[in-house]
Write a protein that binds this ligand. Structure first.
Ligand SMILES: *Cc1c(COP(=O)(O)O)cnc(C)c1O
Length: 421
């Protein structure tokens, strides 16, 4: 559930009228709901109650400092994938001992900076990375706590671009080679084995792939312990899917996911880490946009809006569905028209929805593209020289701009023309 509901015919974010925000901030803009972020985070902590755990928000999904601070104040840790994300987490007040570092391409510079600060854990994804980390850590006279990311060869049955746990995916080391690599790791200077890491993909709509993967992790934990490794943490990744269509699809609940964790790895006495991103942020954010034109041609209708694929790339990149609703609640039973909802960018892929049944809309009307809180603003670009859209955070009856819209002059001022031109 989320807090974007109609009240007296107007779409609200909690107790804030979104049309009012549009009048203050201009369109397009992202809007996040504090209450929804809080609730989604708490669903995970409740699901793991009774188990020693840390919920590390996968901040690549939504990394505005205000969002990170809100979650950090609730006790969240962070899953980071770059030094930039690490710096954001720190700037938002998250202590290093609640930050885990994932990703296949950590550089030596990223390793040394985060190691010196006392980061909680590196999720190591390959043997060359392990060797580099050992060199960096021993060079600094420090010890790097590691979990090896294992690839369990499980098909997450999700979109091809966000499945990460199959043999052919670039992530982690094959689980059947893990014992050999752990033996090597524990002999390396500057390395301390603390756990196992797994993440099989994103937007999973069934629990079965998790069950299969976590079962394999439990077996590996027992085998590694028998070989003398002190496996005390299990990082089970993120990936739980969200409903992108209201009322239709019902992905598994965090409580069922928690029960699955208990069932598969709960008896091992390990501290459990999870890294949800999408489920916390996805339905906690919307993208508000204004209709520029309704274009009709030979029986085809295009609703041209002022947000584009550069602002929200998920439909173009993944063929993703997003519900789109007007800010003015349509009269019950009003006749709908099938329209293509498109942006202004010069690409045919700049299409948010095809043949979508929409109530009558005119130039100047406001719409909300729902479920845009995760992998939305963070993936935005300035393609077509469109300044990044602002982000707004709502709490109860007030809102704040948590990232202003850059002016066109500010955008241009970043470029440098060499003297010799
Ligand atoms: C992307 C990612 C996540 C978060 O996935 P969600 O589907 O957003 O929950 C967690 N862990 C790792 C390693 C990731 O790459």
């Amino acid at each position: 559930m989320d807090h974007f509901l109609y009240r007296d015919g107007r779409l609200m974010a909690e107790d804030v009228d979104l049309a009012h925000v549009a009048a203050c901030v201009g369109t397009p803009f992202y809007c996040y709901s504090s209450a929804t972020l809080t609730r989604h985070f708490q669903l995970f902590t409740e699901a793991l109650t009774g188990m020693d755990h840390l919920v590390c928000f996968a901040m690549k999904s939504c990394s505005n400092l205000a969002v990170l601070k809100l979650l950090g104040d609730l006790g969240a840790g962070m899953d980071v994938v770059s030094l930039g994300e690490y710096a954001r987490a720190r700037a938002a007040g998250i202590p290093p001992d609640r930050i885990v570092f994932s990703g296949v391409g950590k550089t030596r510079h990223e390793m040394s900076e985060t190691l010196k600060a006392g980061i909680r854990q590196f999720n190591v994804e390959s043997e060359p990375e392990l060797a580099a980390l050992s060199q960096v850590a021993s060079g600094l006279g420090l010890t790097a706590p590691i979990a090896l990311r294992v690839n369990p060869d499980v098909d997450a049955r999700t979109h091809d671009k966000i499945a990460t746990g199959r043999r052919q995916d670039k992530f982690g080391v094959p689980i059947d080679r893990a014992e050999e690599i752990y033996a090597r790791a524990s002999a390396l200077p500057g390395i301390e084995v603390v756990g196992i890491d797994v993440h099989i993909g994103s937007q999973l709509t069934s629990l079965e792939p998790f069950e299969e993967a976590y079962g394999k992790v439990a077996r590996l934990t027992r085998a590694l312990r028998a070989q003398g490794h002190d496996i005390r943490r299990l990082d089970l990744g993120g990936g739980l899917g969200i409903p992108y269509t209201r009322g239709n699809d019902a992905p598994p609940l965090p409580s069922d996911y928690g029960a699955l964790i208990r069932r598969t790895v709960g008896d091992l006495g390990c501290e459990i880490e999870i890294e949800p991103g999408r489920l916390i942020a996805g339905n906690a954010g919307i993208l508000v946009s204004r209709v520029v034109y309704l274009k009709r041609e030979a029986g085809h209708r295009w609703l041209i809006v002022d947000a584009g694929m550069n602002d929200l790339i998920r439909p173009a990149m993944y063929g993703a569905h997003h519900d789109i609703v007007p800010l003015h609640e349509p009269e019950p039973g009003v006749a709908t028209e099938d329209v293509d909802v498109v942006g202004p960018v010069c690409e045919s892929g700049d299409t948010f929805a095809r043949a979508r049944a929409m109530p009558p809309l005119e130039d100047g009307d406001l719409i909300a593209i729902r479920s845009a809180g995760a992998y939305g603003a963070v993936m935005a670009s300035e393609y077509n020289s469109r300044p990044l859209v602002p982000e707004v955070l709502v709490k109860d009856d007030h809102f704040a701009v948590i990232r202003p819209r850059p002016s066109i002059d500010e955008m241009l001022a970043r470029d440098r023309v060499p003297e010799w031109l």
